[in-house]
Design a protein around this ligand. Structure first.
Ligand SMILES: Cc1cc2nc3c(=O)[nH]c(=O)nc-3n(C[C@H](O)[C@H](O)[C@H](O)COP(=O)(O)OP(=O)(O)OC[C@H]3O[C@@H](n4cnc5c(N)ncnc54)[C@H](O)[C@@H]3O)c2cc1C
Length: 403
């Protein structure tokens, strides 16, 4: 530690959105020590939301998704090197090549990986079955989405809906399979799900709900030809995308003693916790790898996986590394957006908590929707389509009325 109480050696594991935002904040707030960013991918930081949207349809060069790295970051980049172990007692992060990186401040920002759902031996990208998390996945998928092909998307959540919409925009026949009764029902409720179902059907997507894939079918060359669904029907497909959610990329913390199942559990200043609830000295976590207490959820720590959460938590975690107890408590209102068939869904708060959903406006023709979410009569979230200006008031209320 320096005389100012700042750490001298900060290591950030995960060189993406949360990690980069933390690095920027450290420098902006006066950190002058050594800063190392470790990233499993070869790529410099890039943005993921475009990968399921215009990257699939618009063919922009991959460089267009790069996140700007400010001049003056003065960081040592260890890209293409996964961290494989953490010893929080001797304060060393070990990389895949065996290098040990000592730290007095560590940020865990390793994000999440796509949940594959594929059993060993089931088809992968070579056979035409993809998942989508990183730029390399998106590049491979984009090459496979050629007009005239048949695309099967498994899972009609936000990511699955966006990929299905991109497939239609590219001229593919698209079947979208969803285990729930309507798309998005667990995340934002049946009302929004029904609205999005209409958008999918109007776009010509064959949406099958209440079912999922029982088995894939392949031709003699091993390439995908289709799938049998659990409802007994079959679907022809040359390309499939499994959009089954994400799991925090925290396997490298096994054996560290840190509570990381389902994401690194943190306190309200983003300090990583041991299972007994004590803070791991010098270690913070942010973004999709972290489970941060949410005031709206009464302090429970759901895994959210939102872009804005990674940005805000990255900055907040950096402040905790610099200021410890004097850093502000993290209390941002979560927010999220998704683009599908030319409309943007925006949400604030935690809609999934709600026991009651109020529909204030639903105009399918004009593509407008305004919905608020309540738990025991208290506002916990809101979602709009085509009514962005209304979200600011909900956000204010959510920020003011947290229990
Ligand atoms: C295709 C896609 C579309 C999305 N669209 C939206 C959207 O429309 N709206 C929205 O709000 N959110 C969206 N998101 C979510 C948003 O992108 C994430 O919440 C955000 O990227 C999380 O940032 P992060 O830095 O925590 O994790 P990530 O962006 O996942 O970055 C983690 C980094 O850590 C690296 N890493 C993993 N393990 C290790 C290791 N052991 N050692 C070193 N490095 C490691 C990974 O390679 C990765 O580069 C989308 C996500 C995806 C994948």
């Amino acid at each position: 530690m320096s005389a100012a109480g700042h750490p001298r050696d900060v290591v950030i594991v995960g060189a993406s959105l949360a990690g980069l935002r933390a690095a920027e904040t450290l420098r902006a707030e006066g950190f002058t020590g050594n800063l190392t960013l470790v990233g499993a991918e070869q790529h410099a930081p890039y943005d993921r939301p475009p990968l399921s949207k215009r990257f699939l349809t618009g063919q922009p060069p991959a460089a267009d998704t790069a996140l700007p790295v400010p001049d003056g970051l003065r960081a040592c980049w260890r890209l293409g090197q996964a961290a494989v172990r953490l010893d929080p007692y001797s304060r060393i992060v070990t990389l895949a090549d065996g290098t040990g990186l000592p730290y007095d401040g560590l940020l865990i920002a390793t994000g999440a990986a796509a949940r594959s759902g594929a059993a060993p031996g089931e088809p992968g990208p070579e056979q035409g079955v993809f998942t989508l998390r990183g730029r390399d996945d998106a590049t491979a998928l984009r090459a496979a989405l050629t007009p005239g092909r048949k695309l099967l998307v498994v899972g009609a959540g936000f990511l699955g809906g966006e990929v299905a919409a991109a497939g239609r925009a590219l001229g593919l026949d698209v079947t979208l399979v969803e285990a729930g009764s309507v798309p998005l029902v667990r995340a934002v409720g049946a009302e929004v799900g029904a609205f999005v179902r209409t958008l999918h059907r109007e776009a010509g997507i064959d949406l099958r709900t209440g079912t999922t894939v029982a088995a894939y079918r392949a031709g003699p060359d091993g390439r995908l030809t289709g799938a049998r669904l659990t409802d007994g029907r079959t679907v022809a497909a040359d390309v499939a995308v499994l959009a089954l959610g994400a799991v925090p990329a925290t396997g490298w913390l096994a054996g560290s003693g840190i509570e990381a199942a389902g994401g690194v559990r943190t306190d309200s200043r983003l300090r990583a916790l041991f299972p007994d609830g004590s803070a791991v000295p010098g270690v913070v976590a942010a973004g999709d790898a972290a489970r941060v207490p949410q005031p709206l959820a009464g302090g429970a720590a759901p895994a959210l996986g939102h872009w804005s959460g990674a940005v805000e938590q990255g900055a907040a975690a950096a402040r905790t590394l610099l200021r410890g107890e004097a850093a502000p408590v993290f209390a941002e209102v979560p927010s999220f957006w998704s683009d599908v068939h030319g409309v943007r869904l925006r949400s604030v708060g935690l809609p999934a908590l709600a026991d009651t959903v109020k529909v204030h406006e639903c105009d399918r023709e004009a593509r407008r929707l305004e919905v608020s979410y309540h738990l025991h009569g208290r506002l916990v979230g809101a979602l709009t389509i085509g009514r962005t200006s209304r979200l600011a008031a909900y956000r204010r209320t959510l920020a003011e009325c947290r229990p």
